[in-house]
Design a protein around this ligand. Structure first.
Ligand code: SF4
Length: 337
């Protein structure tokens, strides 16, 4: 593969396991199983699924915050999962993470200007103090904060402003990949769209690639060009945004769309009763065959016996034995709005 066609990030067969204690016994929990996807430069991929689907474990494994059990994650051709600690530190400026709680990435005793400038000490040690200050001021202004606020402490800011500061800190090193782990979920509704707009604007300006992890389908639809749907650590569907929101193939994707808040009462009526009932099963004892089968209205006997492979259907990748039959059902435009 040459440098022109090579994706920025190529994840192959990623597995993440956790060891947990259950009734005094040590058990292995498969949080992520055999997940593969690619991300090209400037692209944003949304990873969606309910709590417990393994979304954050993917992000954490890619950034080596938790160990991967197996798999590969090539970032510009280098396997992130095999890098030494030193190689990883050298690459950290290119890979940044935004958390759900913006204050988690900010030192409460450090002024905002210093917090934002701090990564430059590690990744661009040749800069003078004045150059660091100029870069952090410009970055904070780019995320919508004024120069008069730079010497305040993080607790003096609202949640939306704190997330802007966290974004400035993540982007100060001009990373090529930004991993956003539920970046909007702690924010008020009115602030969410401002921060989503800001991320989109900065992504375009900086030619960033983004992994956007969220349970908010509206935000994913706004911010992402491709969508990966995850259930119990496995990929159910991977497709372009329009395909997912206009004609989702997998029953789980359809159920998620149906369960999402409807923008109008007419659309809510058109959707009918939600199909997604019950809780996501424990990853310690996943169902046999298709892991979604215990909640799937289309399950047949084969679904309990045989795990569906992720396979191409049109432009989508879908893991469902009945994907072809279900594809001929009425389009789901009414679900997406
Ligand atoms: Fe439903 Fe079977 Fe398809 Fe799984 S494989 S989503 S249980 S129809």
């Amino acid at each position: 593969m040459n440098a022109v066609t090579r994706p920025l990030l190529a994840v192959e067969g990623l597995c993440v396991d956790y060891h947990v204690r259950v009734d005094g016994r040590r058990e292995r929990l498969h949080a992520v199983s055999d997940v593969s996807f690619e991300l090209t430069r400037g692209q944003s991929l949304g990873i969606v699924g309910e709590s417990g689907s393994g979304k954050s474990s993917i992000a954490r494994a890619l950034l080596r915050l938790v160990p991967a059990a197996s798999g590969r994650a090539y970032f510009e051709g280098r396997d992130l999962l095999q890098l030494t600690g030193r190689e990883l530190r050298q690459l950290r400026g290119d890979l940044q993470l935004i958390f759900q709680d913006p204050l988690a990435s900010l030192d409460p005793r450090m002024s905002v200007a210093n917090s934002v400038a701090e990564p430059l000490r590690a990744f661009e040690p040749g800069l003078s103090a004045a150059e660091r200050r100029a870069r952090s001021t410009a970055m904070l202004e780019a995320v919508g904060l004024s120069a008069t606020q730079l010497h305040r402490l993080p607790h003096e800011f609202s949640g939306g402003q704190a997330q802007r500061i966290a974004i400035a800190r993540a982007l100060i090193t001009r990373p090529r990949l930004l991993v956003c782990d539920e970046p909007l979920s702690s924010l008020d509704v009115s602030i969410k769209s401002q921060i989503a707009n800001l991320l989109m604007q900065l992504q375009g300006e900086l030619d960033l690639s983004m992994l956007f992890i969220s349970h908010d389908l509206g935000a994913v639809r706004f911010a992402c060009s491709r969508v990966l749907v995850l259930y119990l650590g496995r990929v159910m569907e991977l497709a372009d945004r329009e395909q997912i929101f206009r004609a989702a193939r997998h029953p789980y994707t359809r159920a998620l769309l149906q369960a999402a808040p409807a923008p109008t009462p007419r659309l809510a009526r058109a959707r009918g009763r939600p199909q997604l009932s019950g809780e996501i099963p424990s990853a310690l004892a996943p169902p046999s065959g298709c892991v979604f089968r215990t909640r799937c209205p289309y399950a047949i006997e084969r679904c309990a016996r045989e795990r569906p492979a992720l396979r191409a259907l049109g432009d989508s990748l879908v893991a469902c034995h009945r994907a072809e039959e279900l594809a001929s059902e009425p389009e789901l435009a009414t679900l997406a709005g």
